[in-house]
Design a protein around this ligand. Structure first.
Ligand code: ZN
Ligand code: ZN
Length: 146
């Protein structure tokens, strides 16, 4: 079953994931506000007089729709809202911690748990770094873990 990616800006027909579609070579037609996509060159042709395009650089460009509907954009949006300075970066594999807790107990895991685990891991690493430094090493080893 193929999922619908977007609709053609001219005929409103579905453009399926993984299928080819056309975009306009004119940058304003690809800007976020307009973001025209066309199911065929014929549909692209229809918008040319509407947008009053002229000149040699007016062309249809063939592209391929992603395999999944807009999931990538969703994912990116989540990452952006969660993005923070490096020092606040989550140091544990969120999905694996959640899976471990859920498989072991059937419980859910709140997002704050990752922050708490991260600060614990950071503290352990900081102490291990200190320990390795005291021993004159440039490698942190398992024996440095308090
Ligand atoms: Zn169309
Ligand atoms: Zn255009």
């Amino acid at each position: 079953m193929r999922e619908v990616w977007r609709k053609c800006s001219s005929c409103k027909k579905d453009i399926y994931c993984g299928s080819t579609y056309q975009v306009c070579s004119i940058s304003t037609c690809r800007a976020k506000a307009t973001n025209y996509v066309f199911c065929s060159v014929a549909c692209w042709d229809l918008h040319v007089p509407i947008e009053r395009h002229r000149g040699d650089d007016v062309a249809a460009i063939e592209k391929r729709a992603p395999q999944h509907p807009e999931v990538e954009r969703e994912a990116k949006r989540v990452i952006v809202t969660e993005s923070s300075p490096i020092e606040d970066e989550i140091l544990v594999v969120v999905s694996k911690v959640k899976k471990y807790i859920s498989e072991k107990s059937g419980m859910n895991t709140s997002a704050d748990v990752m922050n708490a685990l991260t600060s614990r891991v950071q503290r352990i690493c900081d102490r291990a770094i200190e320990e390795a430094r005291r021993s004159g090493r440039k490698t942190v080893m398992d024996r440095d873990i308090p």
